[in-house]
Ligand binder design. Structure first.
Ligand code: MN
Length: 229
């Protein structure tokens, strides 16, 4: 095959304990997936089906990176999230079988230009440029499920310049990882290399130039991102 221009490089994530890398295809994100407070009992009768948006695959950046402060925003927000990496594709995947499609897990930060998102919501416009801008998906070292299993409990938190801003538990997710995979795979065919960002706990807020933001999830390598001016 001869291309008329150089094809883009394949975006990829480093893997814990290996020199090999995980090639990234698409990044799907789940909207609002943590109740503001732990549900006190049983199932939430008000829960609606999950909704999804996406970021281009080449928005991934790794751990320990200093990012230029994004353009066109006065209100850049952090969102600490568990990232699921798909190793085996499929459509209409049953929740019972969904975890067998997961290759591994990582810490992620769903960077959001909140002002652009608010404007898009108000005007009924798409979220693409509020969510899918350059380098909008910092993601940490990917841990194979063969090493760590499938975490469905444990703390998820975000520190901004060392101060805790977000704290939740993976068990607070309204839709579990198997349920998310089952829903999402009715809309699109998932493929190896797809990532799913599974939503953020309460406590999101603005990032200022010069800030250091760190995402920590029990059992995973933390993700640190610095912001330049
Ligand atoms: Mn998010």
């Amino acid at each position: 095959m001869t291309f008329v221009i150089h094809p883009a490089a394949t975006p990829a994530l480093p893997i814990a304990g290996s020199d090999a890398r995980f090639p990234v295809r698409r990044i799907y994100c789940v909207g609002r997936n943590y109740a503001a407070h732990a549900r006190e009992m049983g199932k939430d009768p008000d829960r609606e089906p999950p909704f999804f948006f996406s970021k281009p695959g080449d928005t991934v950046v790794g751990d320990g990176i200093t990012l230029p402060f994004p353009s066109q925003t006065q209100n850049l927000h952090y969102e600490a999230e568990l990232v699921v990496a798909i190793g085996t594709g499929g459509s209409e995947i049953n929740a019972d079988a969904a975890l067998s499609h997961v290759w591994g897990y990582a810490c992620g930060n769903d960077l959001t230009r909140r002002d652009l998102q608010a404007e898009a919501k108000a005007m009924g416009r798409p979220w693409d440029l509020a969510k899918g801008f350059d380098q909008s998906a910092p993601i940490g070292l990917l841990h194979p499920a063969t090493d760590i299993g499938h975490p469905d409990t444990g703390s998820i938190l975000l520190l901004q310049n060392g101060e805790e801003r977000q704290r939740g538990d993976l068990s607070d997710m309204i839709w579990s990882v198997p349920e998310i995979i089952a829903f999402l795979s009715t809309y699109v065919t998932l493929a190896p290399g797809d990532l799913i960002m599974t939503g953020t706990p309460a406590g999101v807020g603005p990032i200022a130039p010069g800030d250091t933001v760190r995402v920590e999830i029990d059992g995973l390598s933390p993700l640190t991102t610095r912001f330049g001016s």
